[in-house]
Design a protein around this ligand. Structure first.
Ligand SMILES: Nc1ncnc2c1ncn2[C@@H]1O[C@H](COP(=O)(O)OP(=O)(O)OP(=O)(O)O)[C@@H](O)[C@H]1O
Ligand SMILES: [Mg+2]
Length: 248
């Protein structure tokens, strides 16, 4: 719900950890801002997720899977600004368009990561109808925590109604400065309220994040102490999300 908290950063960080493991990784960019697409080095995609969602044929997404500059095993369903025109519901089943368009594609991948826009609207609902784990990214501030609450409620509603396979929600704290009393207090509140839903991973604030994103490089290939530190955090987070190896 809240913009700029690090959703795309966490998506790309997990994609980077999967890249490092040579997993077949598909990133689906459902944000018209296309930040994940750009972070994967794709500037001018041909067939995009906007075209895919306009087409109702099962499996059509396979025609839009685009190579990235990260390597053969990391691909993207790219976004573009025209996706903005598809963010309204068009009927009772419009939140299932992505699931239908993907058909068997997720089973051909080791991991599929979906980056959502900062709203609980149509695109995020499409993501939640095909996902089996929902990651809620938050910053240790009051408004971000409220946004996390709204996201968790939306996830619960979809789990209880239309996607029982959405069995897991995980809260990840980004930009945590645990030396700041306010941050410590907010993280403690989160843990008291949400218990084991809160991932023990705290992504620190480091310039290596915007730098590697702008360079279109995986953080695991960013050779600096901060790059290594961040890579370790995303490795631990990926282990937690996919215990025992790939295939989610
Ligand atoms: N831990 C961090 N340290 C330093 N910079 C960060 C960190 N996390 C995110 N950023 C930077 O903050 C900005 C916003 O992050 P990001 O794009 O990941 O947020 P978002 O939640 O995807 O935003 P939006 O809601 O617009 O999609 C980006 O420029 C990103 O590089
Ligand atoms: Mg984003």
């Amino acid at each position: 719900m809240k913009g700029g908290v690090g959703k795309t950063t966490v998506t790309l960080g997990l994609a980077s950890a999967a890249w490092k493991r040579n997993w077949r990784t598909l990133v689906i960019d459902l944000d018209p801002q296309a930040n994940a697409t750009i972070g994967l080095g794709v500037d001018e995609p041909g067939f995009t997720v906007s075209d895919v969602l306009a087409d109702s044929r099962p499996g059509i997404a396979s025609e839009a899977i685009t190579a990235t500059t990260w390597g053969d095993h990391v691909t993207v369903l790219a976004s573009e600004s025209a996706l903005e025109n598809r963010t309204q519901a068009t009927g009772p089943n419009s939140a299932h368009r992505l699931r239908i368009a993907l058909a068997s594609i997720p089973r051909q991948q080791d991991i599929v990561l979906i980056d959502c826009p900062p709203s609980l609207g149509e695109m995020t609902r499409n993501a939640l109808h095909v996902a089996n784990t929902a990651l809620v990214v938050t910053e240790p501030g009051f408004f971000a925590l409220r946004g996390a609450q709204q996201a968790l409620e939306a996830i619960d509603t979809i789990r209880k109604t239309t996607n029982p396979a959405l069995t897991r929600s995980v809260l990840v704290v980004n930009r945590a400065r645990m030396t700041v009393a306010e941050h410590r207090q907010r993280v403690q509140e989160l843990e008291e309220f949400y218990g084991s839903l809160v991932s023990p991973t705290r992504i620190p604030e480091r310039n290596a994040i915007p730098q590697s994103e702008a360079a279109g490089m995986p953080i695991h290939a960013w050779e600096s102490p901060a790059g290594t530190e961040l890579a370790n955090h995303f490795d631990v987070l990926l282990d937690d999300l996919v215990p025992g190896g790939s295939r989610v």
